[in-house]
Design a protein around this ligand. Sequence first.
Ligand code: NDP
Length: 340
Amino acid sequence: SLILVTGASGFIASHVAKAFLDEGYNVRGTVRSASKGDYLVILFKNTKGKFEYVIVGDIAKEGAFDEAVKGVDGVAHTASPVTFAAKRPEDLFVPSVNGTVNVLKSIKKNNPDIGRIVYTSSSGTVNDPEMPCPVRYDETSWNTVSVGVCEKLGSNADGGHKYRASKVLAEKAFWKFFEDEKPKFDGATIHPVMTYGPIIHQCDSPESLNDSISRIWPFVSGKRTQKDLPEPGSSFVDVRDVALIHVRAMSVPEASGERFLASSERYSGDDVCVILNNEFPQLPNVPKGDDSPGARERINAVANFMDSAKSQKMLGIKYRPIEEVVKDTTQSLIDRFNII
Ligand code: NDP
């Protein structure tokens, strides 16, 4: 069968496309330019399933996906701006919300018999960034503060709130569509925490890395120093696991109407540095990181716990540990940018 993956040129979406292709699905990706599409055609030339692309310039434009959805059996909607540096909240809200509603409307109009749409939401719609840590979160939780902060402060709101609010509003619009329109197809949402893992998408310089990888890059490149540590613990997940969740959530019947947190475990900048020093001693300027007995447990115990038991049980996901994720992310960055 044929799956539409929106924003296929992105860090996560390129892995989502690959995961479907590796399972034998055919994939149609939407991209904003032919050069990004052509890159993916070459990347996926030997996969089990076949890859093709279509150009969808502005996802926020009414009817943007009208042609792209024709003939597909399922949709993975991943395209959305990811940045904590937007000026106005609307700069994120418009593509995020309209892009999501547009893909749903196009399916209903032109291909209502598809089975399911899997939407890449975020852990940012789950956890409340203003609550003191540590809190345990699961799929019943909602971020109830970011939208209000943006309404009150507008452009002056913190960049994290603007991004998270864009995801909350888009996900609310997603579920509302099913309530209001009662389409024949159903939906599921995926909520990754900070996502790392090897980069396979087109990216020519460290400056144009996607948001999450650009947070690990300064440790690899030595731009962050010992004085940046310790930083508060957080949660991570590998992009390959996130991609597999999309495939499983598309095919497992019980996933209908469900939200799935995608999270491996807690980690901190110290963990990243300790692993970098162990695995890549040739990298210059990596801060040492605290590897004293009990340090890891002590730092991580005060981070929020993002409970991903549901995806493990219902979708059979086994999350990669931090050592593997840091190692594979770093190797891909070294290879891509020829840094050592
Ligand atoms: P990327 O920036 O790598 O990918 C974003 C994708 O969306 C790109 O394909 C991009 O196209 C496309 N896009 C962005 N803005 C627009 C727009 N205005 N119109 C059309 N297309 C647009 O980010 P990620 O891969 O990290 O993120 C993908 C999804 O995963 C997002 O929905 C994000 O919210 C979600 N997510 C990411 C997490 C992470 O840690 N990385 C964690 C939780 C959720 P182009 O390539 O042309 O720029």
